[in-house]
Design a protein around this ligand. Structure first.
Ligand code: GDP
Length: 426
């Protein structure tokens, strides 16, 4: 049985916590897209961790954690992340890396940085982890697959070929020093030795695992609105954030994905540039940012303050639809207990007309939020474990959101800890 855990919004919905929680009853957890550009924050018995490349199942000793072929694999970063867990007392996790995963090269990080600098004020707000140059190269067919590290002759020839191309850009567009092919080849030899113990034909492994009836979790990064096809293009990430891509980025049949748990945040937050219709500013935003998440809404990778907003039912309904959500986990609800009333964006006004459909980017830039205000519950809800024990106004907020998005909310998260969850039968 395969389940996917994905985000309906702009990312940072709390997917890490839900994955860590559900990993307890899973055998295999897979990252299928993205790279080290976003982070999951997880709090458990070992402490508080920000994971970037490793799947959120690494804390259990019964699980196998997999880096699927769809991931942008930064090999030294992965090694450091594994070591940093071990250094903090976590048992060494069982990790497999797909032989078809492609390698994030040192020059991808450089190109990301140079390009952001070149674009200056018009930049995409990249985390400069090299993700966009990586996926550009993958689709331009000049990327390096893990498997290629093990064929010396072709590797050396390809390094020469790719350097010729990259050096033209470095010299003429960015006015930066060229890459030395011999040095790059040496780096790739080091990468080969680092990754060798983990390399696996992941798709074949999963085929067997499915036959044996194992429980598999696909862990998505970011959210629907950052998807390059269905998100707020061009202010998106460079690989698909959708559950459907899990089949491709892990190498399993699409029909095996039975359950798509879509994580929705009880208010909105976003990092980077791009339209954000229900965004709030000033003191109102500062207060929500300060109280938000676990210790404030600041990026797990960059430490950047996140942009804040009220719950956006238009974006979230769309985000759930495009994921194919079968159920929703509503997170960080506990944060909202201080508010007298809670605005919910239920429509967008575009050119004088109100719509409930999430528009394409050009129209989105012009959209203004239409709000409905719900009364607050004005108390702490952490510690509550039964849905009926939540204050009535809190339940009304949940049920209002559920009706707007049209997907059952089966889990309500009321704190960052592993056990701070309310299951709901709907
Ligand atoms: P992800 O990328 O979707 O995993 O999200 P992040 O880890 O970037 O952001 C979620 C943040 O909210 C983390 O700091 C979590 O510890 C925290 N968090 C998750 N669920 C809850 C919750 O229900 N309540 C509170 N207060 N914090 C939560």
């Amino acid at each position: 049985m395969v389940r996917a855990i994905v985000g309906a919004n702009w990312g940072d919905e709390g997917k890490g916590k839900i994955t860590d929680m559900l990993a307890r009853e899973s055998d295999i957890i897979i990252r299928f897209q993205g790279g080290s550009n976003a982070g999951h924050t997880i709090i458990n018995n070992y402490g508080k961790f920000a994971l970037h490349l490793l799947p959120s199942g690494v804390f259990y000793d019964h699980t196998t954690s997999i880096i699927g072929n769809g991931v942008a694999l930064n090999i030294p970063y992965l090694m450091n992340e594994i070591q940093s867990l071990v250094d903090r007392g976590v048992p060494r996790p069982r990790i497999l890396v797909s032989d078809r995963a492609q390698i994030l090269m040192p020059y991808h990080v450089l190109f990301d940085t140079y390009e952001e600098a070149r674009l200056a004020g018009k930049s995409f707000g990249s985390t400069k982890s090299g993700i966009a140059p990586f996926y550009s190269d993958k689709y331009a067919k000049i990327g390096f697959q893990v498997s290629e590290l093990f064929d010396e002759e072709t590797l050396a020839e390809k390094v020469e070929r790719v350097c010729t191309l990259k050096n033209v850009m470095l010299e003429h567009l960015y006015h930066q020093p060229p890459i030395d092919p011999a040095e790059l080849l040496e780096t790739l030899h080091q990468y080969r030795d680092m990754v060798a113990p983990y390399v696996c034909d992941v798709s074949a492994y999963l085929h067997e695992a499915l036959k044996e009836g194992r429980t598999i979790l696909l862990e998505g990064q970011l959210g629907s609105l950052k998807d390059p096809d269905h998100g707020i293009y061009p202010m998106v990430t460079s690989s698909s954030t959708l559950a459907a891509y899990g089949a491709i980025g892990a190498g399993i049949p699409p029909y095996e994905i039975r359950d798509i748990i879509t994580v929705v945040k009880a208010y909105s937050s976003a990092v980077g540039a791009g339209a954000f219709v229900s965004e709030i500013f000033g003191d109102e935003a500062d207060e929500l940012r300060r109280r938000g998440g676990d210790g404030g809404e600041f990026g797990a990778t960059t430490g950047r303050p996140r942009r804040m907003g009220w719950f956006d039912a238009v974006a979230t309904r769309y985000g759930c639809r495009i994921q194919g959500a079968t159920e929703v986990a509503l997170t960080v609800l506990d944060v909202l207990g201080y508010l007298d009333e809670l605005p919910v964006c239920v429509g967008y006004e575009v050119d004088g007309e109100v719509t409930k459909d999430f528009p394409t980017t050009v129209k989105l830039e012009k959209a203004k939020p239409v709000y409905v205000k719900l009364p607050g519950w004005k108390c702490e809800i952490r510690g509550i474990r039964r849905y009926e024990e939540l204050p009535e106004n809190c339940r009304n907020y949940i049920e209002f959101i559920e009706k707007e998005i049209g997907v059952p909310i089966t889990m309500v998260s009321n704190g960052p800890g592993r056990d701070e969850i309310i299951y709901r039968n709907v």
